[in-house]
Design a protein around this ligand. Structure first.
Ligand code: FA5
Length: 358
């Protein structure tokens, strides 16, 4: 029987040579493709293209039926050899890819016994830390936090606090005025006293008012144009100077240590009568006298006094029936004392070398 071509004609010597050459070409091409497959997906594509049911090798094998039966065994064996070689190469490549993936995973393996890499943590600003500490101490004594605005009326900041326009204290508390007549940035938290009283009347009051204050003055190592204050106000039917002293001494002991002595010095504020300033024993020399306390042995921490009858009245409380005490302190100055910081300007210059110490 003579060999037939694809359309029924038998292949001759030539046809057999063509199939052998096609097998050799497929063998070389598929081997190269397998070797360059970079991952499992690429490998699968190569397998389907060359060894799949509709792949290149299957097409050649189908053509064997057109060969002279005498030639089929030899060429069939050759095709089988190619198939087996490619299948072995496929398996070898798959294993090599798996091994590479495994060793990559091993090198990325987390060693839980190694010390962790520290994550840089932010922290609270020293002013915020001291504000929270102050609030905590007064909260423990039953004081609530009352918020009052930074932008105030001249009336609240001065007149209602018994500081009329001609009063010399206005020079001490000069501030920044807005373009709106009579509206300014508060110089102290004391206007919050009037707001708290007007809101609470006729009930007793025990509040602290933390917040930012502004003053138009020379910036120095001790004075900023913007700084915090914490105001305190207690109003009731039998509030006395003894309550004021007990509250503030208790605060000083918790803030600076139970062994630290405190004292009150007579002073003057237009909105309190009598008025005082409170000192604590110098934290550096412990009362002996040094440069920090200007050789006095004492450091001033706040102003205070019994709420002036006019101010009580402006807040809506009858001074014949009610009395109260008030105080105002500067948290930045307290932080400076606690940590021996020599310049208040460090607080707002955003220098991490300073901030990271707290
Ligand atoms: C007042 O501002 C009064 N309102 C305090 C007061 C309240 C007295 C209630 C009586 C009753 P003085 O101006 O002294 O007082 O300021 C109070 C505190 O604010 C000072 O002790 C100081 O710690 C802080 N302080 C004042 N000016 C500055 C400034 N320029 N920079 C930083 N802190 C300041």
């Amino acid at each position: 029987m003579a060999p037939r071509g694809p359309r029924g004609a038998f292949f001759g010597e030539r046809g057999m040579r063509d199939i052998s050459e096609a097998l050799a070409a497929l063998d070389a091409e598929a081997t190269a493709a397998l070797e360059s497959a970079a991952d499992e997906a690429a490998l699968e594509q190569v397998r389907v293209r060359y060894l799949g049911r509709k792949g290149a090798l299957a097409a050649i094998l189908r053509a064997l039926v057109d060969l002279d039966p005498a030639q089929r065994p030899a060429i069939g064996k050759c095709a089988n050899d190619v198939k087996q070689r490619l299948e072995a190469a496929l398996t070898a490549r798959r294993e090599a890819l798996l091994a590479a993936a495994r060793s990559a995973a091993e090198s990325a393996h987390v060693d839980v016994t190694l010390p962790g890499r520290p994550i840089p943590m932010g922290r609270l600003h020293p002013s915020t830390q001291i504000l929270r500490r102050i609030c905590q101490i007064f909260a423990d004594m039953g004081f609530q936090i009352y918020r009052s605005p930074d932008v105030e009326t001249e009336e609240m900041n001065f007149e209602l606090l018994n500081i009329p326009a001609y009063h010399p204290a206005r020079d001490m508390w000069d501030t920044f005025y807005t373009t709106e007549e009579g509206i300014l940035l508060r110089t102290h938290t004391s206007p919050g006293q009037i707001r708290a009283m007007r809101e609470s009347w006729p009930h007793p009051i025990r509040v602290i008012l933390p917040g930012m204050c502004y003053r138009y003055e020379q910036i120095t190592a001790r004075s900023e144009i913007q700084f915090h204050q914490v105001e305190g106000l207690a109003v009731g039917r039998h509030v006395t100077m003894t309550d004021l002293k007990g509250t503030l001494v208790s605060f000083a002991h918790r803030m600076f240590g139970a062994e630290r002595r405190a004292r009150f010095r007579a002073s003057h504020f237009p909105f309190t009568e009598p008025s005082a300033e409170m000192d604590v024993e110098c934290i550096l020399c412990e009362g002996a006298g040094c440069a920090l306390c200007k050789q006095t042995g004492w450091l001033e921490i706040l102003g205070c006094g019994m709420v002036h009858p006019t101010v009580l009245q402006n807040g809506g409380y009858d001074p014949m029936a009610y009395s109260g005490f008030a105080f105002g302190m500067g948290p930045e100055r307290i932080t400076m004392l606690k940590h021996r910081i020599e310049d208040i300007r460090y607080f707002w210059t955003n220098d991490l070398r300073f901030l990271e110490q707290f």
